[in-house]
Unconditional design. Structure first.
Ligand SMILES: Cc1cc2nc3c(=O)[nH]c(=O)nc-3n(C[C@H](O)[C@H](O)[C@H](O)COP(=O)(O)OP(=O)(O)OC[C@H]3O[C@@H](n4cnc5c(N)ncnc54)[C@H](O)[C@@H]3O)c2cc1C
Ligand code: HEM
Ligand code: SF4
Ligand code: FES
Lengths: 246, 225, 671
């Protein structure tokens, strides 16, 4: 396949960026999207140009590092996959592909397609934990039975990889799917109940402080989320916050 | 608690609460208006009651005004905040791939409704206030004293085709607004996930039937005059 | 006596750890506040260690090259974590887990360390549940277990196919709590580029801020390395793109011995390479072998027809197929250990029977399992005369329930439906048992410098059992290091803050800066990846699943030559003082180019087959086990610990003799 790529290039956080056109040839349909980017970068290096910077690590859809906005969608046109799992068979010979960084005020661009998602970490510092010391004599794991249903539901919320696609695809740059998933994971488990009140208050407060937008329930996040995190988690977070306040 | 309504989620609650109120009001408004199709007398009775009963006039009416104003001002505030949450826009954005047009354009459907409400104020409400509180005529009777004036006034309004068209356009926007808004309000308030099928169905039904009903009333009177 | 002192406490095996804990020196809480610890790496090992040390009151700085601690490659572990809880009542115990681990490691690990690991394993599960890790549960609300990696008991705890993710998020949440308290300062997108020694003790590190390119000095009273494995020396592996040996290699060059570099685990069930552009390999859980049957065609004509697309695998009848594992290992069949399954696949592909375009793939077939489950279900549901379609449907449903997410992942990558046509698999580099040598305290041969998790060599001997790496990482970080490091730090309470404006820091920083400047100014002709791929190729061909003396000698020469070429001709675009991925890669590949040579040297020196290390010269020559790996306990029951002497090829070997008092050494047999 031969493709035209329109890619956002930006030298560093301070510089202004712009879209630049590139051509790549002989792309195999079996390649992953990032392997296609590797081909482009190899080509750029060999011609003495600077390669396109992008975040990636595991390349198997679990670390949450990769983050490209491809043809107007976070992680591209396929469903239930991250950018690294997107395959070139989703595209046709001659296609033009637009590649941009995840955009939000709370995710400033560091270089080209690399953004700073530190806001997510700070939200988690604010309350994303259960206060338990590592003593070696916490109670036996089976002394606290948890219904399979609750455990499974908590697990579903916990599969979030923190990629930020929800923020990127939301017209309001809202982080509520991510925060909702975190709040829910703990709210669904008895271990998490004890600190539930402070947790949801602190995490939501930090989320607001970071400059994310408000949810207007468009549901775009849920569709683009590579891990299928459900909107129910947002409703649950809203409930939790109400409970915590009254 | 004090911080609650300052938080983004607290504001969502406020928005949803005002929306619930408006949707309830809309239902009640519709219930009275539809009477005009079946029985002008019943319509007149109901209108007179609503227009003169103290609790409606001095309690519900201000609340309603507050509700509308609060809703659209809060809508503007949230919209402004949301726009500022993304400084550099995407060069290519395929919103249609992941969300409905209605959900992405609440502010525009809302603005259309606001435009209509302003018109509606000038059209119905200001004359009402004028008659009742400026001129002090609380009788609700026609100028010739021959029966209530409400039905007459209503049918009269719908003679003008331009007004009817504006009315229809506004209700189409209201339908679009509610098509997303109904289930959204349940989600915002945490009452239910908006992905529940029954809620979706009920919401769609409300969003279609009520505005369609208003449109029907308008057309009915237009053609039956 | 050797310079190596493993510091294993005296006394009976089962009391060693308890006695040790009872007698170590403790640091009083007020003093902990004055002690700083650096933890490089935030995977299961580093994350859990950092959180626990901070909890105890030390001031901790963590480093990771990703943008968040939560993204360390531990996140990718799928299968599960072992613990001797015996919740299933199937006869598991600390001893049995210990025994299985030593045996699985082909008797090349240190008994005392492994016993301690088995001992604390149960605490890990308690701790993780208390943190809110959503392990799988049964309908009674209790924890569920699966059996894993061919052992006889069900002791593996799991969270869907994402156990590593959930455990890491647990450790990360424990870190968050300490970050909120100000006890951990996280340095994300920071890469450690050297360790700083003062008076023979590790006193800090030099790190590069990967966003600004700034070179930073960080001091501490002790340094902990938890930087993961070095599988990426092969270029293609199941590791993350950024996984690297830099931290471990840099400390090796500063005096930490490197142990058993040649012990590598090559995992049999990975998705095959599809072309030269391949950037990494994806693992599929080994649980697939519980139900899948592995085969290649018997006849070469069929192989060719399949490659040319003229035939489909489903066209071949049963007797046109060679179920080679079932043929060679009737007792264990498709469930032979990872290394045996991997070598057998390679043997068939080398003989020309590989079934895809690259010739490097074998089939993993679920058709029989679907049939078997289908018939079983038909019986259960009292369906008599079930049609073939119905049986298929019922069977496929069971297979879906068990492996649905793996099948889906396979289909996303390969674009074939494994319910209808057999999967294609091929072995891939997965785990490195070798690593920095550490004593019982997890301290390296440099005072105050510790190494935990996959980066050290300690617990898995020559081969690792499935679901034991997660256990080891968390055991090291939550339950072992926090004690052992205290013993060392109890002597540091009067040291005071370590200054960074000293000649030692100056020298270390200068070295790092010079290296970086060299790269960005060396306007060569080839990209970093070009060299990395070449290195990977040498490693795979000559230090891969089976090794021989000729190949290993060639490898040493070729790697050295490649390294020299690299320093002449590598091209690194961009500048030093900016975000520069190519520069990061260059530094990592430079270290792999040295490690690779030591790897080959170690493999050459170990003239026996053991665990993941298969020497073609050391096989059974007759009898039932003919052609199978032959261990040599008389001459090789030792740990090879290498001391750096200026060039990887000139490293000096130190042997730590292994003593087995509790376990009788046996040759493996899977026939
Ligand atoms: C695909 C896959 C599946 C697996 N499945 C299982 C399983 O089911 N069960 C099991 O028990 N084991 C499994 N393993 C093995 C296990 O996951 C790993 O051995 C283990 O998680 C390693 O943990 P770690 O903390 O030592 O290192 P890692 O998790 O790799 O962490 C390394 C850390 O070091 C940091 N780092 C590295 N270099 C530097 C540097 N120079 N400067 C700063 N920071 C640095 C990284 O940023 C990272 O934070 C699997 C491994 C893989 C690859
Ligand atoms: C006066 C003009 C109006 C404007 C400018 C307006 C604007 C908006 C906006 C911008 C939103 C989205 C905000 C958000 O979801 O956070 C919204 C939501 C909503 N509006 Fe309106 N609106 C108006 C009138 C109405 C009327 C008359 C009704 C109903 C009768 C209504 C019902 C709703 C509902 C149900 C929601 C969803 C609330 C939620 O998601 O919580 N609106 N409106
Ligand atoms: S909720 Fe989904 S889209 Fe958002 S960060 Fe988590 S995994 Fe990514
Ligand atoms: S690179 Fe890890 S999720 Fe894509």
């Amino acid at each position: 396949m031969n493709l035209t790529l329109k890619i956002w290039r930006q030298k560093d956080a301070q510089s202004k960026g712009k879209m630049v056109d590139y051509k790549v040839t002989e792309i195999s349909e079996h390649m992953s999207f990032l392997e296609m980017m590797d081909v482009l970068n190899e080509q750029l290096i060999n011609s003495g140009e600077e390669p396109v910077a992008f975040d990636h690590d595991c390349r198997e859809g679990i670390c949450g590092m990769c983050s490209m906005y491809i043809n107007g969608e976070a992680h591209g046109p396929d469903r239930g996959v991250t950018t690294c799992q997107l395959h070139m068979r989703m595209f046709k010979d001659g296609d033009t592909i637009t590649i941009e960084p995840f955009r939000a005020k709370a995710f400033p661009v560091l270089k080209d397609l690399v953004v700073d998602r530190g806001a997510f970490d700070r939200i988690q510092h604010a309350g994303g934990y259960i206060s338990v010391n590592t003593s070696g004599n916490t109670q036996d794991a089976n002394s606290l039975p948890i219904s399979k249903h609750a455990a499974d539901e908590a697990m579903d919320a916990a599969t979030c990889i923190g990629c930020g696609a929800c923020v990127a695809s939301c017209k309001n740059s809202s982080a509520m799917l991510f925060v909702g998933a975190k709040v829910s994971q703990y709210a669904l488990l008895p271990q998490g109940q004890i600190e539930a009140t402070d947790r949801v208050k602190n995490m939501v407060a930090q989320m607001d402080l970071e400059g994310f937008g408000n949810c207007t329930n468009t549901g775009a996040c849920e569709i683009e989320c590579p891990k299928g995190i459900s909107l129910d988690n947002i409703a649950r977070m809203n409930r939790e916050l109400l409970k915590a306040n009254f | 608690m004090s911080g609650f309504f300052k938080s983004s989620i607290g504001r969502k609650y406020a928005m949803a609460l005002s929306a619930f109120f408006l949707m309830f009001f809309l239902l009640q408004h519709f219930a009275i208006n539809i009477l005009s199709v079946f029985s002008p007398d019943a319509f007149n009775e109901a209108s007179h009651f609503m227009g003169t009963f103290w609790a409606v006039q001095y309690l519900l009416q201000p609340v309603l005004i507050f509700g509308v104003v609060f809703h659209f001002i809060m809508g503007f505030i949230l919209e402004a905040k949301n726009r500022s949450a993304r400084v550099v826009k995407y060069a290519s954005n395929n919103g249609a791939a992941n969300s409905s047009w209605m959900s992405r354009n609440m502010i525009y459907s809302g603005l259309a409704i606001l435009g209509f409400i302003v018109l509606h104020f000038i059209d119905f409400w200001l004359p009402e206030i004028n008659t009742k509180y400026i001129q002090g005529d609380m009788s609700g009777l026609l100028a010739d004293g021959d029966g209530f004036r409400y039905y007459e006034e209503l049918t009269h309004k719908f003679v003008n085709p331009i007004r009817v068209v504006a009315y229809i356009v506004a209700f189409v926007f209201l339908s679009l607004h509610l098509m997303h808004g109904f289930s959204s309000a349940f989600q915002s308030s945490g009452v239910s996930s908006m992905r529940k099928e029954k809620l979706q169905l009920f919401g769609k039904a409300y969003a279609i039937i009520i505005p369609l009903g208003f449109i029907f009333i308008a057309l009915y009177h237009h053609f039956n005059h | 006596m050797s310079v190596l002192d493993s510091k294993v406490p005296k006394g009976p095996l089962k009391d060693k750890w308890t006695d040790y804990k009872n007698h170590i020196d403790l640091v009083n809480p007020a003093n902990k506040r004055n002690i700083d610890v650096i933890v490089v790496g935030t995977g299961l090992a580093g994350g859990s260690a950092a959180a626990t040390l901070a909890e105890l009151g030390y001031n901790v700085k963590t480093f990771c090259y990703q943008d968040s601690p939560r993204r360390a490659h531990s996140i990718a572990a799928q299968g599960g974590i072992n613990a001797a809880k015996n919740y299933q009542g199937d006869g598991d115990s600390t001893y049995r887990l210990f025994y299985d681990t030593v045996k699985g490691g082909d008797y090349r690990s240190r008994e005392a360390n492994v016993y301690r690991l088995a001992e604390v394993s149960a605490n890990i599960i308690d701790q993780c549940v208390a943190q809110g890790v959503p392990f799988a549960r049964d309908y009674g609300g209790l924890l569920d277990n699966r059996s894993f990696g061919g052992v006889l008991v069900s002791r593996t705890f799991y969270a869907k196919g994402q156990t590593g993710q959930q455990l890491l998020l647990g450790a990360y949440s424990a870190m968050n709590r300490q970050i909120a308290r100000g006890k951990i300062t996280p340095y994300n997108r920071h890469e450690m580029l050297d360790v700083v020694k003062v008076d023979g003790k590790a006193r800090g590190i030099i790190a590069r801020n990967l966003v600004t390119g700034e070179i930073e000095r960080h001091s501490a009273h002790a340094v902990v390395i938890a930087s993961g494995g070095y599988g990426n020396v092969y270029f293609l592996s199941t590791n993350a793109m950024g996984s690297n040996a830099t931290a471990a290699w840099k400390i090796h060059k500063k005096g930490a011995f490197f142990a058993n570099p040649c012990y590598t685990q090559i995992h049999p069930t990975c998705i095959p390479r599809s072309g030269d552009y391949q950037s990494k390999l994806t693992l599929m859980s080994e649980s697939l072998r519980n139900d899948g049957r592995i085969w290649v065609p018997k006849n070469m004509e069929d192989v060719i027809a399949i490659r040319e697309g003229k035939k489909k695998p489903t066209d071949l009848s049963e007797d046109e197929r060679d179920y080679y594992l079932e043929r060679r290992y009737p007792a264990f069949g498709n469930l032979v250990p990872r290394d045996v399954a991997s070598r057998a696949a390679k043997e068939r592909c080398d003989a020309g029977y590989g079934v895809n375009a690259t010739g490097e793939a074998v089939y993993l077939d679920f058709a029989s399992a679907i049939q078997r489950y289908g018939k079983e279900q038909a019986k259960i549901h009292n369906i008599t005369n079930a049609s073939a379609d119905k049986i298929y449907e019922l069977g496929a449903a069971i297979v879906k329930a068990k492996y649905g997410n793996l099948f889906q992942m396979y289909e996303k990558i390969v674009d074939q439906d494994p319910y209808k046509t057999p999967m294609m698999i091929y072995p891939a580099v997965h785990y490195t048992m070798g690593g920095v040598w550490v004593d019982y305290n997890l301290m390296t041969t440099v005072d105050g410098l510790y190494c935990i998790g996959e980066a050290n060599f300690s617990d898995h001997g020559a081969n690792r059992l499935g679901a034991s790496a997660l256990m080891q990482g968390l055991a090291d970080g939550y339950f072992v290091l926090p004690y052992t490091i205290g013993d060392y730090l109890s002597n540091e309470i009067r040291t005071g803050k370590i200054p960074t404006d000293t000649p030692e820091f100056d020298a270390a920083e200068k070295e790092v800066t010079e290296k970086i400047n060299f790269f960005v100014n060396n306007k060569g002709t080839h990209s970093v990846d070009y060299y990395h791929k070449k290195l990977g190729n040498i490693m795979w061909e000559k230090c891969g699943m089976s090794r021989n003396s000729t190949g290993l000698k060639e490898a040493m020469v070729e790697i050295k030559a490649l390294r020299e070429d690299f320093y002449k001709n590598v091209s690194v675009p961009g500048n030093a003082n900016e975000f520069n991925s190519e520069l990061e890669k260059a530094g990592r590949v430079a270290d792999f180019l040295e490690l690779g040579e030591l790897f080959a040297k170690d493999a050459l020196e170990r003239e026996e087959s053991c665990g993941g290390h298969f020497r073609e010269e050391s096989v059974e020559i007759d009898g039932e086990q003919e052609g199978e790996a032959k261990r040599n306990d008389k001459d090789f029951a030792f740990v090879s610990a290498w001391e750096y002497k200026g060039e990887p090829g000139e490293a000096v070997l130190h042997k730590e003799e292994l003593e087995f008092n509790e376990i009788e050494l046996k040759q493996r047999s899977y026939k």
